[in-house]
Write a protein that binds this ligand. Structure first.
Ligand code: BJW
Length: 257
């Protein structure tokens, strides 16, 4: 099966990969959901097993307690800044380079906010759920990239708004109930229209609208592949399901050309 998928990767004209937290797990970043792992310490289990998403990842949570939400996101921001891409990220960057050399398209739609695809060298990356590395002013939307030290104050006043004393920064991520960035949705729609190969990697495929992209791709005639160590709601719908870690499966696909 891997041989067949490697062949598809080498010949497709428009590949889309959607990635989720699982691809960054091998870089030491915690997933949100997924099976508990006896071999992992409690502080490496899925985030939503330890934290309540409704108290952290919604605009209502931020309105109710901006200090607590900002502190939690700053803790995660520092973890993402320290993380380095793993062989899964590197393999996707290599597949993009190979696609470019034969004038084929290769797009990474990522739900991840960690910027590890960029660090690995991927250039055509669409951040569906924003970025934790970037923060934005709640008043004027100006974006800013805080440095590598912990934010000194919670909530962090927005330096771009000296005339709005209530303006504070928030992470530039997409919370539950918020719209995805218009530009990201437009880029995803446009790529999906002519997609002939769609890979879903390291995502539980439960969060909308990202979870539905694979069906859109299939409706346009794309071959669909999932790479995940655990079954998900799309496992029975895809053409090929590869059970394994992204950091192990993807380099094998790259090497098989
Ligand atoms: C490995 C591995 C290894 C482990 N290798 N794999 C339609 C129906 C029902 C509900 C809705 C709907 N449309 C919209 C909604 C509401 C909501 C939603 O989908 N809710 C569902 C949970 C039910 N969606 C939204 O609110 C979205 N907005 C929207 O649609 O706006 C319009 C609208 C609004 C209101 C009503 C209707 C329409 C916004 C979603 C924003 C998601 N935000 C988060 C937080 C981002 C900031 C942060 O980082 O804190 O995004 S939630 C969290 O989940 C994060 C992720 O990007 C997202 C997806 O998670 P992901 O990446 O799949 O990770 P996991 O942890 O779930 O899975 C990891 C997988 O990896 C597992 O399967 C493992 O097995 C695997 N794995 N190791 C490969 N080594």
């Amino acid at each position: 099966m891997e041989h067949r998928i490697a062949h598809l990767l080498a010949t497709s004209k428009n590949t889309i990969v959607i990635t989720g937290a699982g691809i960054s797990a091998e870089s030491g970043l915690r997933t949100f959901r997924g099976a508990s792992h006896a071999d992992l310490p409690a502080d490496m289990q899925a985030l939503w097993k330890e934290f309540d998403p409704m108290k952290l990842a919604t605009p209502e949570a931020f309105d109710a307690d901006p200090a607590a939400v900002s502190r939690w996101y700053d803790w995660r921001r520092l973890g993402c800044l320290a993380a380095i891409p793993n062989p899964g990220h590197m393999a996707l960057a290599e597949l993009e380079r190979r696609a470019a050399s034969r004038t084929a398209r290769f797009t990474v739609l990522t739900q991840n906010v960690d910027r590890l695809h960029h660090k690995a060298g991927s250039t055509n990356v669409v951040e569906l759920h924003g970025s934790i590395i970037q923060w934005r002013c709640t008043s004027c939307e100006t974006k800013t990239t805080p440095g590598p030290d912990p934010l000194p104050q919670f909530p962090m006043p927005a330096p771009c708004c000296p005339n709005d004393s209530a303006a504070i920064l928030r992470p530039d991520v997409v919370w539950f109930g918020e719209m995805l960035p218009f530009e990201a949705l437009r880029a995803a729609d446009e790529a999906l229209e002519s997609c002939d190969l769609f890979l879903s990697i390291g995502t539980s495929s439960v969060v909308q609208p990202a979870a539905s992209f694979i069906q859109v791709a299939a409706q346009h005639g794309a071959t669909t592949v999932e790479i995940n160590p655990e079954p998900t709601p799309i496992s029975r719908l895809v053409d090929f399901s590869l059970r394994g870690k992204a950091g192990e499966v993807l380099p094998r696909l790259v090497d098989r050309r």
